[in-house]
Design a protein. Structure first.
Length: 402
């Protein structure tokens, strides 16, 4: 495998997880090719800083750190002591920074208004990585370029972050805690009642992100903590509204697992929104069942509880548990719920499948077996007919490897 083939393979692997651009320069700092739409590197005075790093004897990969908190990984390909190529990956935001601090730093720079707007527009799409993840990527890049192993403590640093401390400005902002509490109560009441307009209340209130985790230095961790905390609070409200605890806890577990897998703030927000919507739909479903008779409710609860553990949930078994004949039970179920027992079981299986596809690493074949489908192809056909997309596509949309 040639050096170019190794680099292509490495970049393909990295792009499976991270959205990033690549710049390749020759030894004279002439750009050979890049995937970037606009060259943010030039705004970071990249060429001059790399020349200074090399002049000082730097050979190991380095982090290029700007005064905006945006970083790149710079790798050097060597033929013994002769520099062959420079490869740059990025941009990234260090997990040690907070988006608000970075935006405030940018606004304090002597940049044109057009450039400031361009940078702000790109912030939301930049991955937030911990310092450990950045250095690990630098180690892998160096091995790819040179077939040489190095330690993380050998990685250099090019440039220097701004030294001014802006965080106290954010920490000192006055907060209306009474209003935060009122907003939280309105939101939880909406989940108790199954009100689908809860999204407007979440977008309106800033109670959690300003009250629960102010000034955190890791914006990705903050987004995850915010999303998980919000979901837990609303899930408790859903149970007060009549949802079965077992089903809510399963949904909460899937939500937490999936959120922890996220690698971007925007991805975290989208995943959280999906789970919040599913929780709200669950509340409305329970409200719909509130008007049915106890035997039918118990049948629905039994189906929910045993949908994936192999328990017999056939119409015959459910009728026996209710004390009715198969015909009478089937007719009563249909009249009270508006759907047949078979349709309800399928709905429950598809709902549980969505949770497992988005919140677990189980294979699609295993999920189909666990939920009682006769084969993976049968599961795929029923899922696609119900949701409009295949299980593998649903999993891909939710950021989980097939």
């Amino acid at each position: 495998m040639t050096s170019d083939e190794r680099l292509d393979f490495f970049l393909g692997m990295m792009r499976c997880r991270y959205s990033m651009d690549v710049w390749q320069y020759d030894s004279e700092m002439h750009l050979k090719k890049t995937s970037a739409v606009w060259n943010m590197l030039e705004k970071a005075n990249f060429s001059q800083q790399v020349k200074e790093y090399l002049a000082e004897g730097g050979k190991a990969p380095a982090e290029l750190d700007t005064n905006l908190g945006i970083r790149w990984i710079v790798g050097f390909a060597w033929d013994r002591d002769e520099l062959r190529e420079i490869v740059v990956l990025g941009p990234f935001i260090s997990g040690d920074e907070d988006h608000q601090v970075l935006i405030a730093r940018m606004k304090n720079q002597d940049y044109r208004v057009e450039l400031k707007k361009l940078i702000l527009d790109h912030y939301s799409g930049i991955h937030v990585l911990t310092e450990t993840a950045l250095r690990s990527m630098a180690v892998w890049l160096h091995f790819t370029l040179n077939k040489e192993k190095i330690r993380e403590d050998q990685i250099g640093m090019i440039g220097q972050s701004a030294q001014e401390e802006l965080r106290p400005e954010f920490l000192s902002r006055k907060k209306d805690y009474a209003q935060m509490w009122a907003n939280e109560q309105r939101l939880t009441h909406m989940f108790e009642t199954g009100d689908p307009d809860y999204k407007g209340r979440i977008s309106y209130t800033s109670a959690f992100d300003e009250g629960f985790i102010p000034g955190t230095r890791d914006s990705l961790r903050a987004a995850k903590d915010y999303a998980i905390t919000l979901f837990i609070i609303c899930s408790r409200a859903a149970m007060r509204g009549g949802c079965q605890p077992a089903k809510v806890y399963r949904l909460s577990e899937s939500c937490t697992v999936r959120i922890e897998q996220c690698v971007m703030v925007t991805e975290t927000e989208m995943v959280a929104a999906d789970f919040m919507n599913e929780l709200s739909e669950l509340v409305r479903e329970e409200k719909r069942l509130a008007g049915v008779s106890l035997p039918v409710q118990q049948a629905c609860w039994f189906i929910q509880e045993h949908i994936e553990d192999g328990e017999d949930i056939s119409i015959d078994a459910l009728a026996r548990r209710s004390g009715y004949s198969k015909y009478y039970f089937s007719e009563r179920f249909r009249k009270e719920t508006g759907i047949t027992v078979s349709e309800h079981v399928l709905n429950e299986r598809i709902a549980r499948a969505k949770m497992l596809l988005a919140g677990s690493a189980l294979s699609i074949t295993k999920i189909s077996e666990q939920l009682g489908f006769c084969s993976r192809s049968h599961f795929t056909a029923r899922f696609t007919a119900k949701e409009g997309i295949s299980p593998s596509e649903y999993r891909r949309i939710h950021g989980v490897a097939p």
